[in-house]
Write a protein that binds this ligand. Structure first.
Ligand code: NAD
Length: 260
């Protein structure tokens, strides 16, 4: 369904982004992957996508803290494949601490990586999308774009911000064949969630099991983690022709969390 399309997926060396990159490749898109991590592991992932799905896949090392490097990432897609038809803003980090103890540099980095990076990538990719009359921008927000949780001030602020960015760009691009939507997962079992368990244990004085069941899955009526493949399936639909009339939406995929 995505033959002759090019997708750029930020933060696709792990978790949700990796699942989306592989799902889009399976649908026939050429892919630009991006993210931090061990060089040989990233190369294995890149080569694996080409081999498994018979598409082309390139790696951009752009750090989402740098607007210039984000511009280079979009340019890599344009120069190598002729277009950036689908942009998935997925890279993200988390830090859990009460606001009166929140490290300034963590607050700054969360806002830059989880919010400002999407401004830079959209700014770089949108002109070409408008010119070609087709584009799909998919922002991976969070249930925390809709509701808050204590000790996640920077993350909740960034995710509420990306919801506003999504709606604004949707309006600006509405007559150009470009849709802009946000996916809001509840808790998905990925390294990002695993890494916040120790801090949540410390912040709330709980055991690991208590954090998983009483904090994480407490919010989620299904009592199940969302899977990366479920998020990738929704992203694939948003990237499709059939989703042309869906724009400016903020879509929960959260096991009922935000129905509370
Ligand atoms: P993850 O930690 O598995 O993956 C994050 C990716 O972002 C990695 O590839 C990492 O290398 C990349 N990244 C981090 N900092 C970067 C930087 N400075 N420059 C470039 N790349 C960088 O996390 P995940 O759980 O797959 O999260 C992906 C997205 O989904 C994030 O935006 C996150 O907020 C969102 N999300 C996750 C959950 C969840 O429960 N896991 C829930 C809702 C939303």
């Amino acid at each position: 369904a995505l033959a002759n399309r090019t997708a750029v997926v930020t933060g696709s060396t792990s978790g949700i982004g990796l699942a989306i990159a592989r799902r889009f490749a399976a649908a026939g898109a050429n892919i630009v992957i991006n993210g931090l991590g061990d060089a040989s592991a990233i190369e294995a992932e890149r080569a694996g996508i080409e081999r498994d799905f018979d598409v082309r896949c390139l790696y951009s090392p752009a750090n989402m803290l740098s607007g210039a490097e984000i511009g280079e990432m979009i340019k890599l897609a344009l120069d190598s494949f002729g277009s950036c038809d689908i942009l998935v803003n997925n890279a993200g980090i988390q830090h859990v601490a009460p606001i009166d103890e929140f490290p300034d540099e963590k607050w700054q980095a969360i806002i830059e990586i989880n919010l400002i990076a999407a401004f830079h990538s959209i700014k770089a990719a949108l002109p070409g999308m408008k010119q070609r009359g087709f584009g799909r921008i998919i922002n991976i927000a969070s249930a925390h774009a809709l509701v808050a949780s204590p000790y996640k001030s920077a993350y909740v602020a960034a995710k509420h911000g990306i919801a506003g960015l999504t709606k604004t760009v949707a309006l600006e691009a509405a007559t150009n064949g470009v849709t802009v939507n946000a996916i809001c997962p509840g808790y998905v079992w990925t390294p990002l969630v695993e890494r916040q368990i120790p801090d949540t244990m410390a912040a709330r004085g709980l055991t690991k099991e208590q954090v998983i069941h009483d904090v994480l899955l407490e919010a989620q009526p299904t009592k199940q983690f969302v899977t990366v493949d479920q998020v990738a399936g929704l992203a694939l639909f948003l990237a499709s022709e059939e989703a042309a009339s869906m724009t400016g939406t903020i879509l929960p995929i959260d096991g009922g969390w935000t129905a509370h």
